[in-house]
Design a binder for this molecule. Structure first.
Ligand code: DGY
Length: 322
């Protein structure tokens, strides 16, 4: 049995495949595969381990209907047409949970970096602009007691809420498809409507899945409803915010700052005007980029491949968010 892997993955995942007697081909060039290359690669293999944003749409799935299993090495599955995969009886799995802590850390890092203009201040030193001590310059915000608003209270949102609650005593409000009673009990988190989330959050952090409902949700109309002192964080998917609207909201002081681990589009252009604003911090989609999380993701994806190739139920099947 042979699996096609679209990027080089951590060794512990490859080891599991080898131990199970599965051979693999890794696409090791540091570039995205074209749709044609992806189909050609899969034709010679029984399974696909997909890393990155390869579009696994209906055309791809029809062309690769022979695949016995598709394992995504990501929690998000917005790049996969799950309905067509189900119709073609191709089992699909992903890697949620294991990256929650790392991704929440990234959101926390962005929140603090924005609040203290940290990335921008670093750049001023590089440019030789560390002037004299001015007690009225470079002022940021303190986070103690500020309200954290979480959009998408799954495991990443809950992990962030726990960190903010513990570190800065931040009251937590959230908006989600359904109530998260565990977070309400453990953290006193309060469920609010989307409008209340916008109006009441001092820091609004996005951790929902990208779906047709959440696509573009953070647009001019949403930013207008936020506090002028609010910080917007997105560590989920860039498509959930409109980047021009975000820039305009920051320039017009409709909101105070923004921290992005995901951009729209990715990669962000180096001339993007957001990068020049003091109250903005941007990272290149490194939410899950820790040894622990990426190793765990590689092993979960390998476990899905091994089970799928044996015709067994996947240990980590995609659990749909509708
Ligand atoms: C995920 O797991 O969805 C991360 O964003 C990496 O793609």
């Amino acid at each position: 049995m042979k699996v096609f892997i679209t990027r080089h993955i951590p060794e512990s995942g490859l080891q599991l495949l080898r131990d199970a007697g599965i051979t693999y081909t890794e696409h090791t060039e540091k570039r995205n595969l074209t749709p044609e290359e992806l189909i050609a690669g899969c034709r010679e293999h029984d399974a696909l381990l997909s890393v990155g944003g390869n579009k696994l749409n209906a055309d791809f799935l029809q062309a690769c209907r022979h695949l016995k299993v598709i394992a995504l090495m990501s929690a998000g599955y917005d790049n996969l047409d799950v309905d067509t995969a189900a119709a073609l009886n191709i089992p699909v799995g992903n890697t949620p949970g294991v990256l929650s802590n790392a991704t929440a850390d990234t959101a926390f890092l962005l929140m603090l970096a924005v609040a203290r203009k940290a990335f921008y201040m670093h750049k001023t030193i590089e440019k030789g602009e560390w002037g004299f001590f001015d007690p009225t310059a470079n002022l940021g915000q303190e986070l103690n007691g500020r309200t954290l608003g979480v959009f998408g209270m799954g495991s990443i949102g809950t992990a962030l809420a726990r960190k903010c609650h513990g570190a800065f005593d931040m009251p937590v409000i959230y908006h989600n498809r359904s109530r998260n009673e565990a977070a309400e009990k453990a953290l006193g988190a309060k469920y609010v409507s989307f409008e209340e989330l916008l109006a009441q959050s001092d820091v609004l952090s996005v951790h929902a899945a990208l779906t047709p409902q959440t696509d573009g949700m953070f647009n001019a109309a949403a930013f207008r409803q936020m506090k002028p002192t609010a910080i917007f964080i997105n560590a989920a998917r860039g498509a959930m915010h409109n980047e021009n609207d975000l820039l305009e909201a920051l320039r017009s002081h409709s909101i105070w700052g923004a921290g992005l681990d995901v951009t729209n589009p990715e990669p962000m252009d180096k001339h993007n005007l957001l990068l020049q604003l003091p109250n903005v911090a941007v990272l290149p989609h490194i939410g899950s980029a820790t040894e622990e999380a990426r190793g765990g993701m590689a092993r979960m994806a390998a476990e899905n491949i091994i089970a799928g190739l044996k015709g067994e139920p996947l240990p980590h099947p995609i659990r749909l968010v509708r």
